[in-house]
Design a protein around this ligand. Sequence first.
Ligand SMILES: [Zn+2]
Length: 389
Amino acid sequence: MESANEAIEFARRVFELIDRTRTVSTYKLALLLALIDCCQEGFDERGAAPGMVTTRQVARRVLELYWHQARIYDEQQCVLLQNNGSQAEVLTRIGRFRREHANVTSSYVAERREPMAFARLLNHVEWKLIEMPIPRLHTMGTVSGEPLIYDIHWSKGIRKRASGISAYQQAYLEAVSEYGHADLLDLLDGGDFDNRIRLGDGVGDYLVWLAPLLRPIIQREWTRLVAHFNDVKTHRIEEFLFGPERSDLSGLREPLRELQEGRCFYCDAAIRGSAEVDHFIAWARCPNDDLHNLVLAHGTCNLGKSDHLAGVNHLQRWIKRFEPGSALNDGIRSVADDIQWPASESRSLNIARAIYLPVPPDTPLWARGKQIFEPAKPSEIRDVLASVA
Ligand SMILES: [Zn+2]
């Protein structure tokens, strides 16, 4: 980090920016959160955040956020409005997709079963981002602010055809139709359209370091906005908007029990009776449903750990899941294939680095039980994380 003061100044200005998003839709907040996600999941083994992300990478994260929120909110029997007065276009499209493909539960499955329809949906989200929030994030009304977070090659009022975006998105559809879905396609360059969002100096690292602060604030602001658009109470919808979809996780109990040989991930004692699926890196710190990040634990162990970061012994046990060729590693892959569940090793590892490496010395990490913590030792954490580089 350049200096603590610079990070604080950066944070102050991001807060200002969040404050200015109190407008007509949740798009700008989605963009900010997606940028944080992209930086966390792109945090590499050298401990550096990416300096650039593509519009398609950001679109994928935004689609993921809204995918989850585009389900029916029971109390109102409809999809919650994300726009003042009428529904935001992206939500309408995702809602329609979910209705037309009622057999797919997650966006992950959707992309594999309906690659072309999903690619078109992704294109739509990407175009909306290019058109609306990306060139407007730094501006306030008619005043264009200085580019605090990123630089781009286009401006407000961009036209789809004239700017080469139509051709660029058509090329993506052709690539998906030829090769099927592949993560690498997210990095396809844009031809005539420059799809790079170039992060300012140090910005990626700041976003990773400040994520524990920024994520909850953005989510709270987003919740407040949606509550306002839909005239519901904030506390009623926060979990609906940003919590994990727990119902989906219950199907993982048995496969995880088998992978862990019937033992609790945290205390290693046998699991008799019921057990809970836990996100090793807490969902609140970075939403990651990847199979590597899911462990089975006693209800009491899960409750004790809660949203805390687990101590280095737990991290060491967890990192074994990534050991190439190990029975555990193979087991996770085969379960993921069997039940069509996401299992991207690099994504989970990058996120773990992004969450653990910035932890200051002596931060309390959860060890066991209700209240037993241990002080973090950054050098130990670094060694454990480096053991699977
Ligand atoms: Zn336990």
